[in-house]
Design a protein around this ligand. Sequence first.
Ligand code: DON
Length: 304
Amino acid sequence: MIDFQGLLNNIHDDLKTREDKGVVASYIPELSKQDVNTLGLYMQHIDGRSFSAGDAFTPFSIQSISKVLALSKAIAFEDNKIWERVDVEPSGNPFNHLSLLELENGIPRNPLINAGALVIADILVTHLENPKEDFLQYVRNIANDQSIKYNFKVADSEERTGFNNFAAAYLLKSFNNLNNSVDDVLDFYFHQCAIEMSCEQLSKAFYLFANGGQCMQGNQHIPIQQAKRINAIMLTCGFYDEAGEFAFEVGLPGKSGVGGGIVALLPNNFILATWAPGLNPRGNSLIGMQALEQFTSQTNLSIF
Ligand code: DON
């Protein structure tokens, strides 16, 4: 029997003292207020046990981690039809890269880069009656936690400075790959990214991906085959131009966000969420990646 609690404590204590903790994101001004010394870890086992260390219960900006939750909701609405508008190939490029989008006629490489996430946001704006309220309710339901909220300051901050996303949205629109207005899609997307969740809440929300599409409350949100596909996309695209490195070092499907969060999971086994706001040059949490590497190396729990 693995001593998960002891392991999380050791990883936390080791990484907390590291000198190089990366750099907090500043291109969304509101995120630059985060403390680089924060470190939270939360592990949810599929059998119901859970373990935590550090700042595991403090909500933070989930940013791109939200793209996986949005993708699952879009799949629930349109199933495999979404793949007519977004591909499933790793991009090998930064999350906000635009040149491939033009070369590939407005079909984003995958749903986890920004351009792909905007197409997914467009699908949700089409299907949800009150997009922002209904999406937040979905996230609350799958995490079984009604306290989850938007941080409107973060959404406004990105709305004022998100020029690259405006460019992506207009490019998608020019290729007829956005059905709703650019403003409506971006407003939804900036709010989706500005949801705040703790490591605990993220682990519980991602339980459904580790559990064949069924959340902790026993509701089937997506078919088991689609949970498999979402995990495959997280593995190959979840860390953008660092997806290879994450598979190499950690060996799990996962997703990062520029708020410093990472959620990774081993299907039918566990979900582990980390929060450490300092990012590496590729926009992924530096200490979070090291924590996950230590965890999978020391437990031998990975998909490989
Ligand atoms: O669209 C953006 O740039 C941000 N709202 C999200 C980017 C992000 O989290 C990239 N992931 N590491």
